[in-house]
Design a protein around this ligand. Structure first.
Ligand SMILES: [Zn+2]
Length: 563
């Protein structure tokens, strides 16, 4: 058999970026560090002293195993179309680039379909053997534990079945170089023991993780019974303060006014308020006043009597009657027509309403939670909103913070949406890469939580199972920050190559159609983005989209399932 050749490693070197201004180094989208090999030697010795040689060995093997797994994931991304042998060499080559060991392939024979594998590699300059020999005599057993774990983890993920490596010679034992042999687990006589090493504690860890999941779930259920606000996700100070105000209001009869930008989750808070209130068993009715044409809103809210106008063939109740004894949530209340404002004021003052075209009043007991992302006071000053109604609604105002004021919650929300959309699309994406998380934390979020949720949904759709969501999937236009240094083939740091020119409309279309494309989804995203940019103002958003306000209002209704 001819000796396997290593392909050029330039594609791998190009993935390394130094960003000293931010204190980070990147390998593709994984954050990595430069550590001293000697410090590792001390860690290893302390581990052996404190938990014994067997446990220390198992722990360091698993450490290497995890690193190997991640590099195999990278191999699939970086060399997807190459002959599989070249794709496989990403592992040995990254092992060398990482500065752990110089890998020289001696024999390599595998068949992905059959699952057969045999590999033999020489290891020179093994860092583990080197740091070991600095403080110890020649060892009886091989010492390159984490490197061996790396090879096993890498090949296992690459082959999709358990592959185990052994050191048949080790520099730590006095050989000139180390040499490793890898085969499918069951082809080793003592494979059970080795697999045990790789997995033993992970079973304990899994149990531990399950246990904490169970208690978390129990906690959620317990909290959920009293207050579904606890189910909404957040631990930042701004979020907790708003939740606290809502919880206090819940017990009272006060009408509540929720203030905040588009997409901050006002309806979630309104539902939380309802669920925590004595009205929890009664209906909760939500309505977005901006989505209903002004001439229909009165009938929609207060009902209509037969014959009130052409087309009113039957009498029907409005949203208020349907919400009787419960809570009604009026989003974008500033959009109410003057007549609807007058009727709403009557509900607030007298607790009764009259259907459009009706002759007698109905008693009604509804708690009103109104919301607006526009300054209501300003609307009053401009004569667009009744002052007396404003004072009635503004008894208990609660400001819902924008996402950029609760960056502490971004990681939590991201995790929450990933698990939601993994379930919805039957995927198993592995979460977001370190670089993606960094980008999420620095983004300004004009569309707030709704924008984050849309973005994560898109990320889950476009990312394969067992892959992490890469930053370019969520932020296609994100340029690399200035000050980043790349590694040239010579091994020296240099400025990275200039990014490709911005894509023109044709290229953009080509790219879109190449992905998992849906025109409806793209339209929905465009509309949501425009609404977010326009802070929920439909007229502005329509202008951004180059369509008329009624055209946009119609599409919004469709999006919200009203048409
Ligand atoms: Zn060795």
């Amino acid at each position: 058999m001819e000796t396997p050749q290593l392909p050029s490693n330039e594609d791998l070197l190009a993935q390394i970026r130094f960003d000293p201004d931010q204190g980070t180094i990147w390998l593709h989208e994984q954050r990595v560090m430069l550590n001293q090999a000697a410090a590792w030697g001390l860690l290893r010795d302390e581990l052996v002293e404190s938990i014994g040689i067997q446990r220390a060995r198992a722990l360091l093997m698993r450490f290497g195993y995890q690193s190997g797994l991640r590099d195999a994931e990278l191999a699939r991304k970086l060399r997807p179309d190459l002959p599989t042998e070249e794709a496989f060499m990403v592992g040995p080559q990254l092992h060398s680039i990482r500065g752990l060991v110089h890998v020289i392939p001696l024999e390599l024979d595998f068949d992905l379909d059959k699952g057969s594998f045999f590999g033999r590699f020489e290891w020179r300059n093994s860092f583990e053997a080197q740091v070991y020999l600095q403080h110890h005599d020649i060892s009886k057993d091989p010492v390159c534990w984490s490197q061996l774990g790396y090879a096993s983890g890498y090949t296992t993920y690459f082959m999709g079945r358990p592959i185990i490596y052994k050191e048949v010679a080790c520099a730590g034992c006095g050989s000139a170089h180390c040499e490793i042999v890898g085969k499918p687990a069951e082809e080793w006589e003592d494979h059970a023991e080795t697999e045990q090493l790789l997995l033993r504690n992970s079973i304990a860890e899994e149990l531990f993780a399950l246990q904490s999941q169970v208690s978390e779930l129990q906690e959620t259920i317990r909290a959920g019974k009293q207050d579904t606000l606890a189910n909404s996700v957040g631990r930042s100070r701004a979020f907790r303060e708003a939740s606290q105000l809502i919880r206090r209001a819940a017990a009272s009869r006060a009408n509540v006014l929720l203030l905040g930008e588009t997409g901050v989750g006002k309806e979630v808070f309104a539902r939380g308020l309802h669920a925590a209130s004595p009205r929890a068993g009664q209906p909760f009715v939500a309505i977005n006043c901006a989505c209903i044409p002004p001439d229909l809103i009165e009938a929609e809210l207060f009902g209509v009597e037969k014959g009130a106008y052409t087309g009113a063939a039957v009498s029907r109740p409005g949203k208020f009657e349907r919400a009787d004894r419960g809570t009604i949530f009026l989003d974008e209340v500033v959009e109410l027509s003057p007549r609807a404002q007058a009727s709403l004021l009557r509900v607030l003052q007298e607790g009764e309403l009259e259907r459009v075209g009706g002759t007698h009043s109905h008693r009604i007991d509804v708690r009103i939670v109104a919301a607006t992302n526009e300054d209501l006071k300003e609307a009053v000053a401009k004569g667009k909103f009744r002052a007396d109604l404003y004072y009635r609604l503004n008894v208990y105002p609660v400001h819902i913070p924008p996402l950029r004021e609760r960056t502490d919650d971004i990681a939590l929300l991201t995790e929450h949406f990933i698990s939601k959309y993994n379930t919805m699309y039957n995927k198993r994406t592995l979460g977001v890469s370190d670089k993606t998380m960094q980008a999420l934390m620095h983004y300004q979020w004009p569309g707030n939580i709704r924008e984050l949720e849309n973005m994560i949904e898109r990320g889950v759709i476009l990312t394969d199972s067992n892959q992490m969501i890469d930053v370019h999937v969520l932020f296609p236009a994100l340029a690399e920050p200035g000050g980043m240094k790349a590694v040239a083939p010579s091994g020296r740091l240099q400025a990275p190559p200039a990014p490709a020119a911005k894509a023109g409309p044709d290229e953009l279309c080509e790219r879109l159609l190449g992905e998992d494309f849906s025109l409806n989804r793209l339209e929905a995203r465009l509309i949501r983005t425009a609404m977010a940019k326009a802070d929920g103002n439909i007229t502005h958003a329509a202008r951004l989209l180059g369509i008329t306000r009624p055209q946009l209002a119609y599409r919004l209704d469709k999006l919200n399932g009203l048409k």
